[in-house]
Each structure stands twice: as C-alpha cells, then as structure tokens.
Design a protein around this ligand. Structure first.
Ligand SMILES: [Fe+2]
Length: 215
C-alpha cells in the first residue's frame, strides 16, 4: 500500500523529501541559534531585540513543523535530532560568546540569508517536479524571511536608534562621573560603589560608541 496521499511519482517524492530534509536540518539549526541570540543579547537594543529574536524562534519552530509534516505527507520520515543537525546543517555555527546587540543582528542576518538560499533551492526542486503544494509552502516561508531581512534585520532606523542611545549614554556618563566625585568627597562608599559599577558597565559598551559614532 502506498503510504502517501500524494499523486506524485515515487522518484519525484524522494527528491523533494531530500530537499525538504536539508531545509528541516538548517531550520532546526537556525531555531537554536535564534534562541542563543535571544538569551545572550545585551546592549542598548536589548529591549527591542530580545523579544523579537524569541518571536523569530517561535515562527521558525512553526516552519520546521510544517516542513517535517510535509515530508511525512510525501511518504518519508522527518530527521532532526540535535546530533543529526550538528552533522548535516549547512548554516555556519553560532558563536556563543557574543553579546553585543548589533553583532547578533549581523550574525542572524547572515544565517537567515543562508537558510533562505536553502529554501529557494528546495523550492526549485518542487517546481521542477510539479509539486505545487510544497512550492507554495516554501514560497510562504521565503516571503516571510524576505520581509524580516528587508524590514527588521537591516533596518536603518534600528541603527539610527542605536546611535541615539549611544549619545544619551555618553551624556549620562559625564553625569555619573560627576556624581561619583561628589560621593567620593562625601566619603559615601556605598554610592561610590554603585556609580563605579555603572561606569564600568558603560565602559564595556565603549566598543559600541566607537563603532556607531566613529564610523
Ligand atoms: Fe526567553
């Protein structure tokens, strides 16, 4: 008995499922990378990007599910354990020591771009083999990613907002230094300690000021 409702010939289904399995593997990899970015991100854009990356991850999990289920519909089995993904993913690995917000944006944009390439390649296979349903499924995903890349991850407004944040922080830092001087004179050790922590935190973001205001 045929284990699929599909009208497509066996050879076509096999080729399409191979392409879909590659997409699934990349998609599962991208999901974990989005979560790592969501967890590790720090910086002025944390408030905007931390939930945004989580939303991307949720959307990606839904995509993975749809691709896996399409593979089953075509009569094959989904493959996607972490170990399998680690061996087969076509995405570059994600550095797990990165915290800077805009660095995460650049890293994710690159990986989403790589995943898009895989989606388009699988879509070409579906088109060539007359699988309209897989073609439509993948087109929906391609369009959603293109929207993300165009509107969110390369958002010029985001960069502008980061620069504004940087200016605000730079101005604040002078105030913090001045307040710390006063606390020092008053021998208020507790206030000095709190303000020193803030200064140290600001200095950690010095890279950001150089990168956005200098360049
Ligand atoms: Fe979370």
């Amino acid at each position: 008995m045929k284990n699929t409702p599909s009208h497509l010939p066996e050879k076509a289904r096999k080729s399409i499922c191979e392409a879909l399995r590659a997409v699934l593997v990349d998609g599962l990899d991208l999901y974990t990378q989005l979560k790592v970015a969501h967890w590790n991100i720090k910086g002025p854009q944390f408030a905007a990007l931390h939930p945004l990356f989580d939303q991307f991850a949720t959307d990606q999990a839904a995509n993975n599910d749809e691709v896996a289920e399409r593979i089953l519909t075509l009569g094959y089995l989904a493959v996607g354990t972490a170990r399998h993904v680690a061996r087969k993913s076509r995405l570059p690995d994600y550095p797990q020591d990165v915290t800077k917000d805009l660095d995460h944006v650049a890293l994710l944009a690159e990986r989403i771009g790589a995943h898009l390439e895989g989606l388009r390649a699988a879509r070409d296979v579906a088109k060539r083999l007359d699988d309209e349903d897989t073609f439509d499924l993948l087109t929906g995903m391609v369009e959603a990613f293109e929207k993300i890349c165009a509107e969110r991850l390369t958002d010029e407004d985001l960069v502008r907002r980061c620069k504004i944040d940087a200016v605000v922080r730079l101005a604040d830092l002078d105030g913090v230094h001045a307040a710390r001087e006063v606390a020092l004179q008053q021998k208020d050790d507790d206030t000095v300690s709190v303000l020193t922590d803030i200064v140290t935190e600001f200095e950690k973001h010095a890279w950001f000021l150089h990168a956005t205001l200098g360049g």
